[in-house]
Ligand binder design. Structure first.
Ligand SMILES: Cc1ncc(COP(=O)(O)O)c(C=O)c1O
Length: 379
């Protein structure tokens, strides 16, 4: 199988990820931080090790400002529902994944005002557009760091500079960029950073997290057991317990830590270079096929390694199905949980686009096989 669906979940995982998960399961899969015994302490230590690794990756000073969740969706829900109140105004974009859009629509029904800025690429979100859209009650800008449909990257530094100047908080959905782009929450002035473990961080599914600025207090999404502070009837005030009710996924978090370690060892620059090279190569090859149109790719721009395209005369899902069933090539076709992005690209009617997304373990040979299969299907 040729796997070209890394923007959905990266695969394969580095061997050290599998090894670290196996090590926990075999040796100390006790309940982290609950019972006082050695095995529980070892499990809690492992979780802290990953917390510290992630904090370092995002330049977060205190690892306890990183809250572990099950995925980016839980993180965006915690951030949005925990921060926004009826009467608040939030600015977002047409490029958002449903993990931002749906909680915002839910909050809209409860009295939160939502404005969607219609943009196609990161460059469309310029300072004037942002500042003109602020209202007296604007409390939050909630944006994706990169579109999961086209890979275009939003200018987070510029947005952060403006939001912080206006006393507005900034939530960034880093699902597509954590582990691919360098992220510094301080210099980018990010207040809330949602990430998922199973994409470019090379961890397993069921892992993710949220960075919460130390001065921000959110209403917890979940209430329940936190190991310590059992005598309190309310959620403990301290982090990360305040936001981490219920047993954490020790095995998954150990795998996530090993994934981050793989990124540290390989180097972000090496990862970016390899994946961008593959994406550029594919775009060049597709440009030579007249019935294929690539959307949202700008040559020589720094983008996430995502290439989405339409094939004239075919529904996107049909191409996805044929590639899988007849050529053993896995891509993702359709609307990619981002219907607004497809509306703004004008690709909703045709069933969306075919999306190819690269990971570190893909090669030029994979691109050649894909291009060969596409030419075969078209002919
Ligand atoms: C931009 C973006 N945000 C959020 C998500 C949701 O991630 P998860 O399914 O891990 O919650 C995705 C996943 O496809 C994504 O691409």
């Amino acid at each position: 199988m040729i796997y070209l669906d890394n923007a959905a979940s990266s695969w394969p995982k580095p061997p050290q990820v599998v090894k670290s998960m196996e090590e926990v399961l075999l040796n100390y899969a006790a309940n982290p931080g609950r019972s006082g015994h050695q095995l529980a302490a070892k499990a809690a230590e492992k979780i802290f090790e990953t917390r510290a690794r992630i904090a370092k990756l995002f330049h977060v000073k205190n690892p306890n400002d990183i809250v572990f969740t099950q995925n980016a969706t839980e993180s965006t829900n915690l951030a949005l529902k925990g921060f926004l109140k009826p009467g608040d105004h939030v600015l977002t974009t047409s490029l958002e994944h449903n993990s931002i859009r749906r909680p915002l629509e839910f909050l809209k029904a409860k009295g939160v005002e939502v404005t969607y800025l219609n943009i196609h690429t990161g460059k469309d979100l310029h300072a004037d557009l942002l500042e003109q859209s602020f209202r007296e009650n604007t409390k939050l800008v909630a944006v994706t760091h990169a579109s999961n449909v086209t890979g275009t990257i939003l200018p987070i530094e510029m947005i952060g500079e403006i939001t912080s100047r206006h006393g507005i908080r900034l939530l960034v959905d880093a699902s597509q960029t954590a582990g691919f782009c360098s992220i510094d929450v301080d210099s980018m002035k990010i207040d809330l950073l949602a990430f998922t473990g199973h994409k470019s961080l090379y961890g397993p599914q069921g892992t993710g997290g949220l960075y919460v600025h130390p001065e921000l207090d959110l209403v917890p999404l979940l209430h329940g057991g936190t190991g310590g502070y059992s005598e309190l009837i309310d959620q403990p005030p301290i982090r990360p317990e305040r936001f981490e009710s219920g047993t954490r996924n020790t095995v998954g978090i150990a795998g996530l830590g090993a994934g981050v370690n793989f990124i540290e060892q390989t180097g972000l620059q090496q990862i970016q270079q390899h994946e961008q090279q593959l994406a550029n190569y594919l775009v060049d090859e597709l440009a030579a096929i007249p019935s294929i149109a690539v959307y949202g790719w700008e040559k020589n721009e720094f983008q996430c390694p995502i290439v989405s395209f339409a094939v004239e005369g075919f529904d996107a899902n049909e191409i996805g199905f044929i590639l899988d069933a007849h050529y053993q090539i896995a891509v993702r076709a359709g609307l990619h949980c981002s219907p607004l992005a497809h509306d703004s690209l004008g690709t909703s009617e045709q069933g969306g686009l075919v999306r190819v997304s690269f990971g570190y373990f893909n090669s030029e040979e994979d691109v050649k096989e894909l291009v060969h299969a596409l030419k075969d299907i078209i002919n």
